[in-house]
Ligand binder design. Structure first.
Ligand SMILES: Nc1ncnc2c1ncn2[C@@H]1O[C@H](COP(=O)(O)OP(=O)(O)OP(=O)(O)O)[C@@H](O)[C@H]1O
Ligand SMILES: [Mg+2]
Length: 352
């Protein structure tokens, strides 16, 4: 046989949007496609020959290993949901299908696992739940206030107490503003998520953008007596959409200020690294509970701060969409009681 069919098979396997991994009788990996490399963070050269549980590290390995199930019951297993821990220590929600494989003569030669990354699906599921709870609370309560005060107003109009009427109108006005801002933020978020917006790329001076953002927050910085340092060491401009980048960085500074104590310190730094620009927002705020960390970029997620601070839980979801549209990545490290660091990595030139 020439090596052409082999090449063709490899080409097909590597273009699959799912991880495809084969194992021998002893659960040692015999092949590992490109998506498997991407999902686990291990190159095929490091994965092949290793035990499946060392590379496809999932929460099912110990008690619900799908390979064991196939071995014991001799039937394929489909749709098992699990969480993989990749090489970088990040958790990836996945759906796994497992089957035994045979050669052309029907001899058992090992196992095949097909693993689908379902992070986006899980994120959408969580966002749907958050959305329902947002409508039930954040949208419903101003509506109830508006409804209640309109009824009172109708009564007062009969008695003509102008002071009371003015007070009620003011409360209605505030509730209406809250509702309007929530709807505005929600529509903006939906637009960012829908991919119907186009970035207007330009050569941008990042130092200039940060300077303007800091200026816009000057009052808040002074009121909270924040020690804000901005260390921007970037020589050349970056290729980005000024309006959206401004919005993303504004949200990050806004959070750093909102979740910082009085007289806290915030350090913004910008560095060049290979082909990317790394922008960090470091605060000494209350930090984020490790249990909340995986969800803070979800739309409408506010965690424990929900009842303490105003907001809709949409700021970080917008940051994530905007940074993603620029081909970049945003990550967070946080220690409760010590503070948080949000890092945005943007490619210097899009499609580079
Ligand atoms: N710098 C930070 N320090 C501590 N917690 C933070 C920080 N940034 C975000 N968080 C947490 O992550 C949650 C989500 O942040 P996000 O910016 O999306 O929403 P928000 O600030 O609550 O509301 P919005 O940005 O819509 O006004 C916050 O509610 C808060 O619990
Ligand atoms: Mg915010």
């Amino acid at each position: 046989m020439t090596d052409k069919p082999q090449h063709f098979r490899r080409y097909i396997l590597d273009s699959m949007p799912v991880a495809i991994v084969t194992m021998d009788f002893n659960f040692k990996i015999t092949s590992f496609n490109r998506k498997a490399e991407e999902m686990t963070g291990f190159p095929a050269s490091a994965a092949v020959g290793r035990l499946c549980s060392e590379i496809l590290r999932s929460n099912k390995c110990k008690n619900e290993c799908p390979l064991q199930t196939v071995r014991e019951y001799q039937e394929s297993a489909t749709g098992l949901e699990a969480e993989l821990t990749n090489h970088q220590g990040e958790t990836v929600p996945v759906r796994i299908g497992t089957t035994a494989i045979e050669d052309a003569d029907g001899n058992f030669i090992g196992y095949l696992e097909i693993i689908e990354d379902i992070s986006r699906f899980k994120e959408m599921e969580r966002e749907k739940e958050n959305f329902v709870s947002m409508v039930a609370h954040d949208m419903k309560s101003p509506m109830v206030i508006i409804g209640g005060f309109i009824k009172r107003l109708q009564k007062e109009l009969i008695f003509k107490d102008n002071d009371k009427i003015l007070k009620y109108l003011q409360t209605i006005d505030e509730a209406e503003h809250k509702l309007e801002s929530l709807i505005h933020e929600f529509l903006e978020h939906s637009r960012l998520e829908s991919n119907y917006f186009n970035l207007k790329l330009d050569d941008i001076d990042i130092a200039d953008i940060l300077k303007k953002i800091i200026e816009n927050h000057r009052q808040m910085i002074e009121e909270q007596k924040i020690d804000l340092q901005c260390d921007c060491q970037v020589q050349a401009p970056i290729n980005a959409d000024a309006v959206y980048l401004n919005r993303a960085l504004t949200n990050l500074l806004n959070n750093a200020l909102k979740y910082s104590p009085r007289k806290g310190k915030i350090i913004i730094s910008v560095r060049e690294a290979d082909h990317e620009i790394v922008i960090r927002f470091q605060d000494q705020g209350k930090g984020i509970d490790p249990k909340e960390l995986p969800y803070i970029f979800d739309a409408f997620y506010q965690g424990k701060s929900k009842n303490e601070k105003s907001g809709h839980g949409l700021g970080l979801a917008s940051v994530k969409s905007i940074v993603r549209q620029h081909g970049g990545r945003v990550t967070v490290e946080s220690t409760p009681g010590k503070g948080s660091v949000f890092t945005v990595r943007l490619p210097r030139k899009l499609n580079e």
